[in-house]
Design a protein around this ligand. Structure first.
Ligand SMILES: [Zn+2]
Length: 410
């Protein structure tokens, strides 16, 4: 089996791996200014997508130009998330370098889509492929690929612990070769229950004090998880941004959600904001909680809420995930100021960080890999892939960290 790492090696973003020059695993985008896309030019026979995040699926529509359109294999939620993301990218950046596709390509995605459930083996470019629940977001999959000689397990993004929205990964299919993500290879997450408790207590305190809490959250997975947390603790809230579409979409895929009834309750507990800025400014003056995109304050309706609440120290901003270097969210946590709509402004409202991660931490990664002691490991999707691979080698594993552009025979 031949593997070509076209992106997501030694970095987080633009994940793409070409297997046997014919089967493409993921085709993502590294968001930034400007964004980066996988290297090389590919025309695969088939594409398999692990899950519906921009860094794994963001560039897929661009594969549907020319005469030959590959079939695209994914779970049903991944298909819907891919469409939502593609439409959003087109809306924000259509006609520029940042959006390497058009409406026509997005339409072709629907024609070429081949959805599969977990555990259902299918054929793609001459390979036998099976999805297993990866416990990251609804529809996220570990991908097992068998070319008749070698069994490759591509873990993609995964979580070993249960979240309210999805159950953690439990399947460990046998594999000769494993490509393993390593986002949090040097981090131990606090126990989820205690993160949740601190978050809820902080939100309640601000509500008692008469303030407004803005909860910036990623649209896919995180927004729904937080609505479930707030509902479980009987805290009313508003929800705004792309996460509301995802919330509605998940109603049609209850089998990909850990507790569909709890998600339904969370949906009725949250008031959905229809999206006029006048309405947002009125809501921002209320003694309430607002869950909204974007998770790192780099756009979305948060850009309307934050200016409204920033000057009053009674108010609070609860960030709910890792803040990438250079984002307004990171600036806010570290320096108490924030770049908003073109200018840097001080923020008197208190800013706090809560680690509601959807990835395995170091302990989770090591626990997962225990089942692959005899496999050949490739470590990708992280900021310290080479260091983690070295630590694994010291522990007796056959582990390396490939570079972008590297080709290996296994
Ligand atoms: Zn992901």
């Amino acid at each position: 089996m031949q593997l070509q790492f076209l992106g997501g090696a030694g970095e987080v973003g633009r994940s793409a791996i070409l297997v046997n020059e014919s089967l493409l695993l993921d085709y993502g985008m590294l968001t930034g200014n400007p964004p980066q896309f996988p290297v090389g030019s590919v025309s695969p026979e088939a594409v398999v997508v692990s899950h519906g995040h921009l860094d794994h699926v963001g560039t897929v529509p661009s594969l549907l130009s020319g005469d030959h359109w590959p079939e695209i294999h994914w779970t049903p939620p991944t298909y819907e998330l891919a469409l939502t993301l593609a439409r959003d990218t087109l809306k924000l950046h259509g006609g520029t370098y940042d959006c390497p596709f058009t409406e026509t390509h997005i339409r072709r995605m629907t024609q070429q889509s081949a959805p599969h459930d977990y555990g259902e083996t299918f054929e793609a470019a001459g390979h036998e492929v099976t999805f297993y629940n990866a416990g990251h977001i609804p529809g996220s999959a570990h991908v097992l690929i068998d070319d008749g000689e070698t069994r490759l397990l591509y873990t993609a993004d995964f979580h070993t612990d249960d979240q309210r929205l999805v159950s953690g990964t439990t399947d460990r299919p046998e594999a000769d070769v494993v490509i393993c993500e390593s986002t949090y290879s040097d981090v131990e997450h606090d126990d989820r229950a205690s993160v949740e408790k601190q978050f809820v207590e902080s939100v309640r305190t601000t509500l008692w004090e008469g303030g407004t809490v803005v909860v910036p959250a990623f649209a896919i997975g995180r927004t729904q998880e937080l609505l479930m947390v707030l509902d479980a603790h009987d805290i009313d809230c508003y929800v705004d941004g792309m996460g509301t579409h995802v919330l509605r979409m998940l109603r049609n895929h209850p089998e990909y959600v850990r507790d569909p009834d709890a998600l339904k309750r969370a949906k009725s507990n949250a008031r959905i904001v229809s999206g006029k800025d006048g309405q947002r400014r009125r809501i921002a003056r209320q003694n309430t909680v607002i869950v909204t995109t974007s998770g790192m304050l780099s756009g979305g309706p948060a850009m309307t809420y934050i200016p409204e609440i920033r000057q009053d120290p009674t108010n609070k901003i609860c960030l709910t995930g890792y803040q990438v270097e250079g984002t307004p969210g990171r600036e806010l946590v570290e320096r108490g100021r924030c770049e908003l709509n073109g200018g840097v402004v001080p923020v008197a409202a208190r800013a706090e960080m809560y680690d509601f991660s959807a990835h395995a931490d170091r302990h989770g990664l090591l626990d997962f890999l225990t089942d692959y002691r005899d496999s050949r490991l490739f470590i990708n999707h992280g900021d310290r892939c080479a260091a983690f691979a070295e630590e694994l080698r010291a522990d007796g594993y056959d582990a390396t960290a490939p570079d972008v552009g590297e080709v290996v025979e296994v």
